[in-house]
Design a protein around this ligand. Structure first.
Ligand code: ADP
Length: 517
């Protein structure tokens, strides 16, 4: 029997490869879901773009379809209390404030066209101050140089700048602007988790900083003339407006949060030392450091874990470029198995990697190593090497890099420790990979049964904004419909330790390949 008084929260998870919309009840149970893909535009090898209108359409289509699946179960639309948005971070959109139309494709976070601008920016004498203020390295990732590139190279963007019509935003700002009715309501907003990835925000004040705005541009541009989204806490009852038009007309938008923060929130990682790893295409590790901001010195970056206004926390974050994509490589390019689960089974068919170490540096190695000039390298192949050993070595590579990322996090302060690791993402479905991860880290792995953890984080955030829950303590006390599984760490033995040392040696040996050929 459906309870006519039950309330629900709808969450948009706008990711790099797909848009997901998930509808939850207040016990975090997934009631309805829809997922849609969109075009990936790659005009040149290192460029990666998406069409902002297509992204928005994928959101409205997914909202409609998810709503229909919900209504088909006998529920009513007025039982949906609020909406939360979570999104791929850093991806940059420039639009026209008068027409409300995009002026160029969205430049996706992984696009590296600003490589030379990064090199030039690193030579400026205020470079260290900028890293300190933002918690970020100067890199092609953050939105700042993506916007500067558009200003210098896209005539429509330049013209809008000159005429005072240029709006800059990340995906959250764009979607919330459009959901609110675009230029008519003209709501240009973001939250601090997203703003912290632009390169323009001071981590300690959680506001834009004049020095940062000046650092990125050439003297001919003044970024204070570009309209930037106003920064708000991720949970807010009014700042993000409400849906105007369409099937969800009138629903208040009360949550807005970047995807990695959303995953931590979805795991309810609200205490210092809570950690999560999302094993999707790449692996994103986040470690909650509470009120402490650490300088970038051990290969991780500092960011906002979450910001609910009265409660906020910082985090250390490490991104690993290759995780599930390494598994997909073995399926699609090497044909080792028909699908990802087959690779996991193949890896399980052997007791170890037979001495094979695969440094999966397909596009260099990210956190905590930051080696640009390495490429994928396999060590230790003998005439006895079988397909299972290669599959296992790819899974091990992800687990070793995850260990290296968390070792780096703990190196920031003597008081930090890792008690358990919360996991999610496609690759976390592999039992043997997650058991391997538990053994390599020496900590238990907590794996929720419900996979849409990022969307659940957006749901919790929206619920906090709508005052369904008053604080993180109340979210923590929710009796979840599905308890997570625990994979216990088997006592780490000396051979495990040696294997990690061997991995570190392989990483060292893979360095420099591009520069030596
Ligand atoms: P994203 O959100 O980055 O697109 P997902 O969280 O959907 O990624 O995860 C997809 C990735 O997970 C794929 O790259 C796939 O190879 C990997 N994957 C999915 N199932 C398994 C499995 N059972 N074992 C190992 N890897 C898996």
């Amino acid at each position: 029997m459906r309870n006519p008084n039950s309330r629900f929260i709808i969450a948009v998870d706008q990711g790099t490869t797909s848009t997901r919309v998930a509808l939850f009840d207040l016990q975090g149970d997934l009631i309805a879901f829809h997922q849609e893909c969109f075009s990936q535009i790659r005009p040149q090898p290192s460029w990666h773009e998406q069409d902002p209108e297509e992204l928005y359409n994928s959101v409205t289509n997914s909202l409609d379809k998810c709503l229909n699946k919900f209504l088909e179960q006998g529920f009513r639309k007025d039982q949906i209390t609020c909406l939360g948005v979570t999104n791929q971070r850093e991806t940059t959109i420039a639009w026209d404030s008068t027409s409300g139309r995009p002026l160029y494709n969205a430049t996706v976070w992984g696009d590296t066209r600003t490589k030379d601008m990064v090199t030039a920016a690193k030579k400026r004498h205020t470079h260290d101050d900028v890293v300190h203020k933002t918690g970020l390295p100067i890199s092609t990732y953050s939105s700042a140089l993506k916007l500067c590139w558009m200003l210098e190279n896209v005539p429509a963007v330049k013209e809008a700048y000159q005429e005072g019509r240029l709006v800059f935003g990340t995906l959250d700002s764009w979607l919330i602007y459009k959901l609110n009715g675009g230029s008519e309501r003209d709501l240009v907003v973001t939250d601090s988790t997203n703003a912290s990835r632009t390169g323009f925000m001071d981590l300690s004040t959680r506001q834009y900083d004049r020095e940062l705005l000046e650092f990125y541009t050439t003297p001919q541009y003044d970024l204070s003339r570009v309209r930037m989204p106003s920064i708000h806490p991720s949970a807010d009852p009014v700042a993000y407006g409400s849906v105007r038009g369409g099937s969800l007309d009138g629903i208040p938008i009360t949550g807005c949060v970047g995807d990695q923060s959303a995953a931590l929130i979805g795991h309810r990682g609200f205490s210092v030392g809570s950690a999560k790893a999302t094993y999707g295409t790449g692996c994103f590790c986040v470690y909650n450091t509470g009120s402490k901001i650490f300088d970038r010195q051990h290969g991780l970056l500092s960011t906002i874990a979450y910001d609910f206004g009265s409660e906020m926390a910082y985090a250390l974050e490490g991104s690993i470029a290759t995780a599930g994509s390494g598994v997909s490589f073995l399926v699609d390019n090497m044909g080792l198995a028909p699908n990802a689960a087959g690779i996991s089974a193949l890896a399980d068919s052997v007791s170890d990697s037979g001495g094979v170490v695969f440094v999966t540096a397909f596009s260099g190695l990210f956190a905590p190593y930051w080696i640009d000039d390495a490429r994928g390298t396999v060590f230790g192949i003998t005439m006895k090497t079988q397909r299972g050993h290669i599959a296992r070595a790819v899974l091990e590579a992800v687990c070793y890099q995850t260990k290296a990322a968390f070792d780096a996090a703990l190196a920031y302060d003597d008081g930090l420790m890792l008690k358990t690791l919360n996991v999610d993402g496609g690759m976390s479905q592999s039992n043997n990979c997650m058991q391997l991860q538990a053994d390599i880290l020496g900590v238990d792995i907590v794996r929720p049964k419900m996979c849409e953890i990022t969307a659940l984080g957006a749901c919790f955030t929206a619920g906090l904004g709508a005052r369904i829950w008053n604080d993180t303590k109340e979210v923590d006390q929710i009796d979840l419909a599905n308890n997570p599984e625990i994979l216990r760490a088997r006592r780490s033995d000396i051979s495990g330790h040696e294997a990690f040392i061997t991995w570190q040696k392989a990483v060292k040996m893979s360095r420099g390949w591009l520069s030596c050929c």
